[in-house]
Write a protein of this length. Structure first.
Length: 277
């Protein structure tokens, strides 16, 4: 199903939803990469601006090919709560059977990722969501080291608690929840069951995933190696863009490096076109 021509379908199979909050530079890059695809296919792109009140809001208002929702809030909210409320605002408005959730720090280079993930749901009606539990492709060696480290720490803390010693609560050593930087959900089913993305004070989608699996639905987990063939993602890039980390923090450095690379690539891609004009 990769390379499916969605432009010939009267009813589009999915929508794309992105939440923006004060990330003008990466929001522009994210949407630039989706622009031509959205025009060619007619796939609806919904952007919820989470009361940014900055240049990113002005930029979004100028785009005539997106569906913009401007969310206002009278009081401060935790970031994940605001994000969840924004997702639910979009969920109320979209009329497609499926929805792709993207972050502004997700950069889709190969649009076949949409048909690849959608096919997972269409081929198995019990699949309610498709995505990845990791936000980076760390490679085999680093992934094994990270898993081993978590496993050891988990059981060490359990042992201390069983001996009556003071210890922090053991954290899960295996990631189980899909990360919403690029996740496909069966939103028709979510609505039919009266559910939504923000169901409590947990990360949006976590309780939804638990409820769906309890009902017998399947969550399809893609390996980082698979999904990162189609896209780039800056882990916590939205936080770094908003100045949430020190300038020397590894995530700020990662954000700046990837942003510089993407800016250079965009400049190179536009140079031949300028010469032909």
């Amino acid at each position: 199903m990769e390379g499916t021509d969605f432009s010939t379908k009267d009813k589009k199979p999915f929508s794309i939803v992105i939440v923006n909050y004060k990330t003008p530079e990466i929001t522009k890059i994210c949407l630039d990469l989706l622009h031509q695809y959205a025009i060619d296919t007619g796939i609806p792109v919904w952007v919820v601006d989470n009361y940014s009140a900055d240049e990113s809001t002005t930029y979004l208002r100028e785009l005539d090919w997106i569906n913009l929702i401007e969310r206002t809030t009278p009081e401060k909210e935790f970031g994940h709560i605001a994000h969840g409320k924004a997702l639910d605002m979009a969920l109320e408005r979209i009329d497609t059977d499926y929805v792709f959730l993207l972050h502004t720090d997700t950069f889709i280079f190969d649009k076949n990722v949409f048909s690849m993930m959608l096919n997972k749901c269409i081929s198995n009606p019990n699949v309610v969501a498709v995505g990845c539990v990791e936000q980076l492709n760390r490679g085999t060696a680093r992934t094994l080291w990270r898993f081993s480290s978590r496993l050891l720490k988990h059981h060490f803390r359990r042992m201390k608690l069983s001996m009556g010693l003071r210890s922090r609560e053991p954290k899960p050593y295996r990631e189980v929840y899909l990360k919403s930087f690029c996740t496909l959900w069966n939103c028709k089913l979510i609505k039919q069951l009266g559910m939504n993305f923000l169901m409590d004070d947990r990360v949006p989608g976590y309780t939804l995933q638990d409820r769906m699996t309890e009902l017998g639905y399947v969550v399809e987990r893609l390996s980082p190696r698979k999904i990162f063939n189609y896209l780039d993602h800056i882990q916590s890039g939205t936080v770094a863009a908003a100045g949430g980390y020190e300038t020397t923090h590894r995530r700020t450095i990662m954000y700046n490096n990837i942003l510089q690379r993407l800016t250079k690539e965009k400049s190179k891609s536009q140079t031949p076109k300028a010469r032909n004009e």
